[in-house]
Design a protein around this ligand. Structure first.
Ligand code: PLP
Length: 408
């Protein structure tokens, strides 16, 4: 008899986006004349930078010619892209990351989901609440969490991110082995300071723990006091893996390209306490289960690092940051407390209302779709997430509508 992985039955059904869509469908059926503004999902709306499109086309043409055709590429990514990443994203910031520590993939979602396979099933895992759900669910599937009780898994250590602590995960009371950090954060838009990251790196070094640093929104950082990479923090190369993505940086959500950095100095331990190179384990895993990102996509990603690509990417991100600043300032003028929106495309809005009630209110009264914070964890209650991924015109329209109903 073929048996299932019973841990899948411990997953809590993710009703978040299904529930949002259901409520929106019902609203539209009842009010077909009302036009909605979507500020809910975290998907980009602007087209790819010109430099990427040109490189993409050229690479496709190469595949059409027997002299320049390419079949399977290296699983870890072509050298041209790994070298461009090492130089453009790390050396430029004083972080010594070598191309052979970079693993190109088809998405940060897969990378942050797959990485936990390398570690034992009895490690203690710390995650922030609210959280990008992939961190939790992949550990549930792997059998590390136990059954959920009142919406939380007893096997996880939750790091509550609340208005009181500025939405920053605090060091845990008890020891943990694997720590998921995301900065700039999805969903809160909050960022971790240099000092806060240094405290986590020190903690990981003292406890022989490992940090999984999700920097998918790194390109939105404009504050010079913030680091763009965890490897700008002394000692991080021994205890941290970093995840980056071209999705939000260059509009690649549909194109698919990302990378993970696993430094050679990064160690995990056998049951007997002997150190093992995490990079060697990930190389084995990656080459066994993954066959590389397509050549044209890697050429398009490489173009992000050209002078033209850098200019265009900055313009693209500036467009969303202008939206985000507009949202944050408009909400603050309405008297709502919020974080994010300055180094992030997300604005995390606090409210006295239940988060689904606030969602319904904005949908029904203002015709604006946001995301209820409760969908990201217990600490998301009394919050909503507003995404700046839309046109500036729609952002202005949505803020005017919200102001009208809240101040009526
Ligand atoms: N990490 C975070 C925090 C995200 O919000 C997202 C996407 O929304 C991802 C990773 C996934 O990125 P990718 O498109 O590269 O799979």
């Amino acid at each position: 008899m073929i048996k299932i992985n019973e841990h899948y039955h411990k997953l809590q059904a993710s009703y978040l986006f299904a529930n949002i869509n259901k409520r929106v469908r019902e609203f539209q059926a009842a009010h077909p004349e009302r036009e909605l503004v979507w500020l809910g999902i975290g998907d980009v709306t602007q087209p790819l930078p010109n430099a990427c499109i040109t490189a993409f086309h050229k690479a496709v043409d190469e595949l059409a010619d027997a002299r320049t055709f390419r079949g399977y590429g290296p699983e870890q990514g072509y050298a041209f892209l790994r070298e461009a990443i090492a130089k453009g994203d790390f050396a430029a910031r004083g972080a010594d990351i070598q191309p052979d520590e970079i693993f190109v993939s088809d998405g940060a979602k897969c990378d942050v989901g797959n990485i936990q396979e390398l570690f034992a099933s009895d490690i203690r895992v710390a995650i922030s609440d609210p959280v990008y759900p992939v961190y939790v669910d992949t550990n549930v599937m792997a059998g590390r969490t136990g059954e959920a009780r009142d919406g939380r898994y007893p096997g996880l250590t939750y790091l509550d991110c609340t208005p009181e602590n500025g939405y920053a995960p605090q060091l845990p009371d008890g020891p943990v082995d694997l720590i998921y950090l995301c900065s700039p954060n999805n969903p809160t838009g909050a960022t971790l300071s240099r000092e806060q990251l240094q405290a986590w790196v020190d903690y990981a070094r003292e406890n022989r723990a490992l940090i999984l640093f999700d920097a998918a929104y790194e390109a939105f950082i404009r504050d010079d006091s913030l680091v763009h990479s965890i490897y700008e923090i002394p000692g991080a190369q021994d205890v941290a893996i970093e995840f980056r993505s071209f999705s939000k940086t260059a509009g690649f959500t549909g194109v698919r390209c990302a990378y993970a950095v696993v430094p050679k100095r990064c160690m995990a331990y056998t049951a007997a306490g002997a150190p093992v190179s995490v990079r060697d384990l990930w190389t084995r895993r990656h080459t066994t289960k993954f066959n590389g990102v397509s050549y044209p996509v890697q050429r398009a990603a490489e173009a992000v690092y050209s002078a033209e690509g850098q200019r265009e990417v900055r313009t693209l991100i500036d467009y969303y940051l202008r939206n985000a600043a507009y949202v944050r300032e408009a909400l603050q003028r309405m008297g709502l407390a919020c974080v994010g929106g300055d180094n992030s495309p997300y604005i995390w809005v606090q409210s006295d209302r239940d988060s689904w009630a606030f969602f319904d209110y904005l949908l029904n009264e203002a015709g604006v779709v946001c995301t209820p914070g409760a969908g990201f964890g217990r600490c998301g209650e009394h919050h909503i997430r507003i995404s700046a991924f839309n046109s500036f015109e729609n952002i202005q329209k949505a803020m005017q509508r919200i102001a009208d109903v809240l101040q009526a």
